[in-house]
Design a protein around this ligand. Structure first.
Ligand SMILES: [Zn+2]
Length: 57
């Protein structure tokens, strides 16, 4: 399910405040490699919690 138009533009990584990029059903931090966290989207709702994010493998 794609995110609501315009929603991505107002979202930012809670860890480093970089913009996010939608990829599949996840949101990838576009910040530098030191962050790069991947946030899940559950039922169309981005879960922007560092505790819920994963590190890309
Ligand atoms: Zn980040």
């Amino acid at each position: 399910m794609p995110l609501e138009a315009g929603l991505l533009e107002i979202l930012a990584c809670p860890a480093c405040h970089a913009p996010l990029r939608e990829e599949g059903d996840e949101l990838h931090c576009t910040g530098d490699a030191e962050c790069g966290l991947v946030y899940p989207v559950r039922d169309g709702i981005p879960v922007l919690l560092v505790d819920e994010a994963r590190r890309p493998s």
